[in-house]
Design a protein around this ligand. Structure first.
Ligand SMILES: Nc1ncnc2c1ncn2[C@@H]1O[C@H](COP(=O)(O)OP(=O)(O)OP(=O)(O)O)[C@@H](O)[C@H]1O
Ligand SMILES: [Mg+2]
Length: 246
């Protein structure tokens, strides 16, 4: 589905990504995490073909993105959904218009917008403007916008990081149910989500992937210093979850 091969990227002579090899197979949910500034958002932008790395290749559905013209790349990108931390909604447009605008370039299909908005439970609020929505609702619009095109893969860049804790759960629940049917690459620090949903957990540090394994394996056998740190966090999460279940 998605393959990143030996990606190297620098900005202003500073190395941002190096030796990045990552595959996301169809149907998988891969969780990517690591300290602030380690290059997670940049990696997503590279995977979307929004930034060209100096070295390496990005393959999506059997096609090398670097070999595509700008027009073909845009077309391919319509099969990739993205949900951002800061929602990135257009303030002067209604909820419905925000979702319709995502469909604009191709067939302007109202029923696709309707289906996507209904799937996040916001159809009744479709004529509201972003300022009339809660943080959780705004992010649900962000999700509807990504879903409207029925993408083959969804990228999530810290989708709950800007939310009040009370809204985090509702977004994680939607992500959880989408993970059952969609291919997803999720940047998040939410360890309960990683533990429950991730097929693989990828740990990044200073522009490199330092560890990649199913979360259950990182419990038993972390193979990097960062892996040991995350093992502690995963174990704490597991404890907390089992206490809640009692
Ligand atoms: N436009 C830019 N010019 C130069 N350096 C940049 C630029 N954008 C990002 N960087 C640098 O690239 C590195 C990776 O940034 P990136 O935003 O991908 O990290 P991140 O892991 O997503 O961080 P966070 O968890 O804070 O979102 C950082 O060191 C950052 O300072
Ligand atoms: Mg980021």
């Amino acid at each position: 589905m998605l393959e990143l091969h030996n990606i190297y990227l620098e900005k202003n002579k500073v190395k941002v990504l190096s030796d990045i090899n990552l595959t996301v197979n169809e149907g998988e949910t891969v969780v990517l995490t690591g300290p602030s500034g380690c290059g997670k958002s940049t990696l997503i932008r590279v995977a979307l073909g929004l930034i060209k790395p100096q070295k390496g290749e990005v393959w999506f559905e059997g096609v090398n993105l670097q070999a595509l013209s700008e027009k073909m790349l845009r077309k391919k990108r319509r099969k990739m959904g993205i949900v951002f931390q800061e929602f990135q909604l257009l303030e002067h447009f209604t909820l419905l218009e925000n979702v319709l605008l995502a469909l604009w370039e191709g067939e302007h299909d109202f029923s696709k917008a309707e289906k996507a908005i209904k799937s996040v439970g916001l159809w009744e609020k479709r004529f509201r403007y972003p300022r009339q929505l809660s943080g959780g609702e705004k992010q649900r619009v962000g999700i509807a916008r990504a879903l409207a095109l029925d993408p083959d893969i969804i990228f999530w860049d810290e989708p709950t990081a800007a939310l009040d804790p009370m809204y985090v759960h509702e977004i994680l629940r939607i992500m959880d149910s989408l993970a059952q049917k969609k291919t997803m690459l999720v940047v998040t620090h939410e360890m309960p989500f990683a533990l429950k949903v991730a097929d693989r957990l990828v740990l990044m540090e200073s522009g490199k992937i330092v560890e990649e394994a199913p979360p259950q394996k990182i419990f038993v056998q972390p193979s990097s210093y960062l892996g040991v740190m995350y093992r502690e966090r995963l174990l704490d999460t597991k404890d907390a979850l089992s206490k809640l279940a009692q």
